[in-house]
Design a protein around this ligand. Structure first.
Ligand code: ADP
Ligand code: MG
Length: 398
């Protein structure tokens, strides 16, 4: 653990965050807008004097592992509330911070993170809420491998823990492929899900505070490419099934007494039926649309819950398309090895009185393919206008 941080005399107005990526950075920026200071704790927060995306914008940074109890106590001494930017942070660390002697507000709670970080517990929670999931079986023994019915394929084997952006997932078409795939994943606990034919994907973002006050944003429609979110759109006008998805999301949050920002992903099937996929106990990439199209951003909501400020139902004031900016855009074609900054001036010039072009860059030192470097929100009075500008942006960037 490094102690390059200065001790803050402003504990009562400092918020802490575990993790230091772009989600932590945007949390810190929202916190500062409301007059708070911020402290981040992460293993690489300030390694070799190169601050991470969140550490760049924070008053204080603690470079330490998430399980480092000395560092966690130092964090608790510096702030009055702690939150996290990702679910693979140790739930035990949140439990330690929440001990009464630390006098720190913790959101989300360790119990909820324990469920959300493990696909087996997560699916069991969805089922206990009466919310439909894709057919699945738990795989954590040879015996269970043998018990998968032949008509279950094609299926997707997903590690129970530590998966994101399609990592830790293998599509399998037969018992033999399943056996090999599980071997390839070192036989860790997994779920095997039937691969469904999706008509579309969407997510519901909500926030819930200690008193049970629950707010939500309009349903977000998501397009993934190679397992990574590519675009999200939100319309001012809801679809017929949206109310059902929002109700399911509310039940999932309430039944685990959730506190914080929660994002729940759904699959819409060809016949119009839907199933829940997974949830993230934090702000979510698809929720970035809230930064420019809503009266309340997901990061401000996270700040409000952390700090004990009121949650109010947000007002959507524009249709919006969010475009993720992956590191691939920094390279000319597949063989190029020298990254160069895209022409942001050209992109920004596309905004006008009817269409807003909002560029968000995460301050990552190096562009790498498939790495999330930033995003652009395009806002307009309708989606057609927003998509027109998105295609002009894509023309410039590609
Ligand atoms: P991650 O944690 O990587 O986001 P997901 O379970 O959300 O993992 O899977 C990533 C993407 O893979 C999904 O958004 C979807 O496009 C596709 N996918 C995942 N599970 C299924 C499934 N059972 N059937 C069809 N597509 C799936
Ligand atoms: Mg997902």
């Amino acid at each position: 653990m490094s102690r390059e941080t200065t001790q803050s005399g402003n504990r009562h107005k400092t918020l802490g965050v575990l993790g230091d990526g772009q989600l932590g950075r945007m949390f810190v920026q929202a916190a500062q807008r409301l007059g708070f200071e911020a402290v981040v704790l992460a293993p690489q927060a300030n390694l070799h004097g190169a601050p991470s995306p969140a550490a760049q914008v924070s008053h204080h940074a603690i470079t330490a592992d998430y399980g480092d109890t000395v560092a966690l106590k130092q964090l608790a001494a510096q702030c009055f509330a702690v939150t996290t930017e990702f679910e693979n942070v140790l739930a035990d660390s949140l439990a330690l911070l929440a001990k009464p002697e630390h006098h720190v507000r913790v959101s989300p709670k360790a119990d909820a993170v324990r469920i959300a970080q493990n696909r087996i517990l997560e699916k069991a929670h969805f089922q206990s809420c009466g919310v439909p999931t894709a057919p699945y079986v738990v795989i954590d023994s040879q015996q269970q491998l043998g018990a998968v019915p032949p008509d279950f394929y094609p299926a997707i084997l997903k590690t129970a823990r530590m998966g994101y952006d399609g990592k830790g997932q293998v599509t399998v078409r037969s018992a033999a492929e399943l056996r090999a795939a599980w071997q390839g994943l070192s036989q860790v606990a997994c779920v095997l899900e039937r691969r469904l034919t999706l008509a579309s994907e969407c997510s519901v973002l909500l926030a819930r505070d200690e008193s049970g006050q629950l707010i939500h944003w309009p349903v977000q429609r998501n397009v993934h490419v190679n397992g990574i979110l590519s675009t999200t759109e939100v319309d001012l006008a809801p679809l017929a099934t949206d109310a059902q998805l929002i109700r399911a999301a509310q039940t999932i949050a309430t039944d685990m007494a959730y506190v914080g920002v929660l994002c729940i992903e759904f699959f819409i099937l060809q016949d119009g039926a839907w199933v829940v996929n997974e949830m993230a106990p934090r702000p979510h990439n698809s929720g970035h649309v809230t930064m420019d199209a809503s009266s309340l951003s997901q990061f401000e909501a996270q700040v409000r819950v952390a700090a004990g400020l009121p949650l109010v139902q947000p007002r959507q004031h524009a249709s919006c398309v969010m475009v993720n900016l992956l590191g691939d855009l920094w390279f000319d074609g597949a063989t190029d090895t020298t990254p160069r900054e895209p022409d942001w001036a050209k992109v920004l010039a596309l905004g006008n009185a009817a269409v807003g072009v909002h560029l968000h860059l995460y301050g990552k030192a190096q562009a790498r393919r498939a790495r999330k470097m930033g995003h652009i929100n395009v806002t307009a009075s309708n989606l057609t206008a927003a998509w027109q500008t998105v295609s002009s942006i894509q023309h410039i960037l590609h």
